[in-house]
Design a protein around this ligand. Structure first.
Ligand SMILES: [Ca+2]
Length: 476
């Protein structure tokens, strides 16, 4: 209904412009909305200007990109109000609230537009391609968040150990960190092998597959779909976490740790291994570790994805849909030009703009063309595309960051999770809360693994049975 009204409004506008004799005059105007691209902000203006120049250099298209202001916090809500009010820019960045707009019919299927691109279609990650099969309205060309563990390279060297290749070797590493006095405070045994924060999601990223937790839904011995959360593989994995905690190798306080507490334990030598969720995060951890130890030369090593008793790999990635990303309005007069902007930004020239920021600010170029990154590069981040094939003119990322990206690509596996109908939201939350609470009880030792059946019973009663019944109608 909204679509129809807006389409009529759009038609009226075009008619008016044609009568005035100004329709389709160059350059093509593309309105864009994103929380961190604001008109009157000099950095945003320069960014947009470089994109306009780049698109023109690419194939001669003259585009006038106009930013739409949404100031302050609450971007998703403000964007929703703006769109439902009928003000719909051509290129829209969502971080939530997009499904409502799909229901209103105001976002286009991006797949046909992407199929016509030169660069973008070749630069999507495996999880992007799978997500866009299920939900073609958002594109977000970035690596998936996949927490992976890091350790100080000098600590690994002091222990005389190679990076662990198996779960048993991980246990041995955590034990060695614990037993030594690597932090040099004179007391052995007061450094955890591993810490985390709030929940065990980060650990799951390398241990799920190792213990056979292959996805959100798994087949039991009778060939019936059951939740991975109540599988025997999950039980084996949690028994491993509980054993690490019991031996003092895993920090039992993970539940109350905030992210900064987790990091602080790492920088101050109270934990030997932590997980970083992205290549950037791993780079930032390296920078903070170095800053915490002036005068020393400390780098971080990314630890491998271990082989376990039941497999190897990073946890399966949710491919039901992108949770954030770029959309194009169904009311846009120039969806092809909007996509051309996205295509440019995924190209080698566009990646210089999107990944490296501004010449003279984030990097400098010498007379002979040699590029040098400045300290300001640490605060720059790509907004549109993190093309996997991009080779920067100079490498500034740490080896740990590069290893992180290689590992994400090597170990991608698609999960079989799906988007729940709103009717199930309360059950999803209730079952997950029961799971989290029991995981904490098992790990702190408040409950023994022999109480597994009591956990499964509570989980089943708290919505788990209802969710499983529904999943069996969805999964093949
Ligand atoms: Ca110590």
């Amino acid at each position: 209904m909204l679509t129809k009204r807006l389409l009529m409004a759009g038609t009226a506008l075009v008619t008016t412009l044609m009568l005035a004799g100004t329709a389709f005059a160059d350059p093509v105007v593309i309105r864009i909305v994103a929380g961190d691209l604001q008109p009157d902000d000099p950095a945003s203006e320069r960014y947009i200007k470089e994109i306009e120049d780049g698109v023109k250099a690419m194939d001669g298209t003259e585009v006038d990109i106009q930013m739409t202001p949404i100031a302050g916090s609450g971007y998703a809500d403000k964007l929703g109000a703006m769109l439902l009010g009928g003000d719909i820019p051509d290129l829209i960045y969502f971080q939530g609230g997009d499904q409502k707009m799909v229901e209103q019919g105001i976002l286009v299927d991006l797949n046909p537009l992407i199929a016509n691109t030169t660069s973008l279609k070749n630069e999507l990650y495996g999880h992007n391609v799978e997500r866009m099969k299920n939900y073609p309205y958002l594109v977000y060309d970035f690596p998936p968040r996949a927490p992976q563990p890091v350790i100080r390279a000098d600590w690994l060297e002091k222990l005389g150990m190679a990076p662990p290749q198996t779960v048993d070797e991980y246990t041995a590493l955590f034990q060695a960190i614990h037993d030594a006095d690597l932090d040099g405070d004179g007391t052995p045994g007061n450094t955890f092998g591993l810490t985390a924060y709030v929940n065990t999601n980060e650990l799951d990223d390398i241990f799920n597959q190792a213990f056979g937790v292959t996805g959100t839904w798994m087949k039991d011995v009778d060939g019936q779909w059951i939740a991975g959360r109540v599988s025997s593989a999950e039980k084996a994995k949690l028994a491993y976490y509980a054993d690490l905690a019991k031996k003092g190798l895993f920090d039992k306080e993970y539940v109350t740790n905030k992210f900064d507490v987790k990091e602080d334990k790492f920088y101050t030598g109270k934990a030997g291994v932590i997980f970083g969720s992205s290549a950037e995060t791993v780079g930032i951890y390296g920078g903070k570790m170095a800053a915490a130890h002036p005068g020393e030369t400390i780098t971080l090593t990314l630890l491998p994805v271990p082989k376990g008793p039941a497999g190897q790999g990073l946890a399966a990635v949710d491919v039901s849909k992108e949770s954030r990303g770029w959309a194009i309005s169904a009311l846009s007069q120039h969806p092809d030009v909007a996509m051309k902007i996205m295509d440019f930004l995924a190209s080698p020239a566009g990646q210089i703009v999107d990944r490296m920021g501004f010449e003279g600010v984030h990097y400098t170029k010498a007379a002979d063309g040699a590029v040098t990154v400045t300290p300001d590069m640490a605060t720059w981040y790509a907004r549109f595309s993190y093309a996997p094939s991009f080779k920067p003119p100079v490498e500034w990322r740490s080896q740990a960051s590069l290893d992180f990206l290689a590992s994400v690509n090597k170990w991608f596996a698609a999960d079989n999770s799906f988007v729940w109908l709103a009717d199930y939201a309360a059950d999803v939350d209730a079952a997950e809360n029961v799971y989290r609470s029991w995981v904490a009880k098992f790990i702190t030792g408040e409950a023994g693994m022999d109480q597994w059946d009591a956990y499964v019973k509570e989980w089943t009663g708290a919505g788990g049975a209802k969710l499983t019944d529904y999943a069996r109608t969805i999964l093949k």
